[in-house]
Design a protein around this ligand. Structure first.
Ligand SMILES: O=C(O)C(=O)C[C@H](O)[C@H](O)CO
Ligand SMILES: [Mg+2]
Length: 403
């Protein structure tokens, strides 16, 4: 089944997305998400200039060979731009193969390991009280797991919290990077109080998660992990930047708080050491940045040997195509942990019709052949790209820090 056409669709319904559509001679098409927040046009250009021309005429059924062709054949391997492009091709090819087989993608992967997929919501607030209100709201919506992020006294703008109450949170909120100021000390002194308040109000059933967003040193992360042990979090995420995978060992040696990491990784080599040494508990590399289904299956299989579970990244800056394919993967993967869920803007959903359903804190996978998501190209054309950048972070003394 030859690929006869390929389109890179850049659209901005609510925010920027990059989608790859592959069309085969049989008329079956498949789509993949190639969105890299703040670097969308880098991926779109990589696809248009260096990938799509080489795909035309290739056999769409040869998913593994195409993956190797784009990975090994690129010479310049890995990195978020290259791997987002490969991921989109891979997602589209699996979509095509499942459609050609007349089955939903989870069947092609090996069938259901569970009836539904547990998700976690984002509960954020400018202070602890408004955060507790958000937790109440999401518990009423049926969530069994919530990520809790609150403003910190003395820090003007912080990751995860919308600038204005009730607004949707979007980190890429300006054409050029906004500059935020960060204080580790103020943050470390405040977070344990947040979780004490949540446990006090909601008891110990509810799964609680927290995203440190790469900002601590290993020993600071160890301090935080120990400080929140009484509140037994489901996970503490991205405690440290992880180019040095051994940082996780130091944290692990000090705390029983489960550790999650990986949303900025794009290769099995970014996490092999930390998985094999059991320094982490959840791996978060999403299908869109980690090489698609083909590489994430390898990562999940490696993780399963070391008691590590999946916890896919699922922000609004990964498209419904990624979320749809992820729900199929989550339905199949034996070492499933949890699926992040930030509901997309209704405008986004209007461009990406899908068959997955949210119910009582869980996703239910659809039965449509393929990954169950499509793109309405006519609607997509109505939303032109608008450059948007992620912020940068500085310490109070001006040192450029991790955002
Ligand atoms: O959803 C999360 O856990 C994030 O850390 C969100 C990221 O800041 C976001 O995807 C960056 O574009
Ligand atoms: Mg995160």
């Amino acid at each position: 089944m030859k690929i006869i056409d390929a389109r890179v669709i850049v659209t901005s319904p609510g925010r920027n997305f990059v989608t790859l559509k592959l069309i085969t001679e049989s008329g079956i098409h498949g789509i993949g998400d190639a969105t890299l927040n703040g670097r969308e046009m880098a991926v779109a250009t990589y696809l248009e200039e260096h990938v799509v021309p080489a795909l035309i005429g290739r056999d769409a059924s040869r998913i593994e060979d195409t993956w190797q062709y784009l990975y090994r054949g690129a010479y310049w391997r890995r990195g978020p731009v290259t791997m987002s492009a490969i991921s989109a091709v891979d997602m589209a090819l699996w979509d095509i193969k499942a459609k050609a087989a007349g089955m939903p993608l989870y069947q092609l992967l090996g069938g259901k390991s569970r009836e539904r997929v547990m998700t976690y919501a984002h509960c954020t607030g400018k202070d602890i009280d408004s955060c507790l209100e958000e937790v109440t709201r999401h518990v009423e919506l049926g969530y069994k797991a919530v990520r809790v992020q609150a403003g910190v006294p003395g820090i003007r703008t912080i990751y995860g919290v919308a600038k204005r109450e009730g607004e949707r949170y979007e980190p890429a909120d300006s054409e050029l990077p906004a500059e935020h100021v960060w204080s580790t000390e103020k943050y470390l002194n405040h977070v344990p109080q947040l979780f004490a308040a949540v446990r006090e109000r909601f008891g110990h059933e509810l799964h609680l998660l927290h995203d440190v967003h790469h900002r601590l040193t290993p020993i600071e992360a160890a301090r935080l992990g120990k400080a929140v042990e009484p509140y037994h979090l489901f996970w503490l995420e991205d405690c440290v930047p992880a180019e040095n995978q051994e940082s996780l060992r130091l944290i692990r040696e000090h705390t029983t708080t489960p550790l999650a990491i990986g949303e900025v990784f794009n290769s099995i080599h970014d996490c092999r050491e930390m998985i094999q040494n059991q320094w982490i508990d959840y791996i978060r590399i999403p299908l869109t940045h980690g090489g698609g289904i083909t590489q994430l299956r390898r990562i999940a299989d490696l993780a399963s040997l070391y008691h590590v579970r999946t916890g896919f990244h699922g922000p609004t800056d990964l498209s419904p195509v990624c979320l749809g394919a992820a729900i199929h993967f989550d339905t199949w993967v034996p070492n499933f942990g949890i699926q992040e869920y930030m509901p997309h803007d209704p405008l986004t959903d209007s461009v990406f019709p899908h068959d997955y359903r949210f119910e009582d804190g869980h996703f239910l996978v659809g039965e449509t052949p393929g990954h169950g998501v499509d793109i309405d190209e006519e609607a997509a054309a109505r939303y032109p790209f608008k450059r948007a950048s992620l912020p940068v972070n500085r310490l109070e003394d001006g040192t450029l820090w991790h955002w």
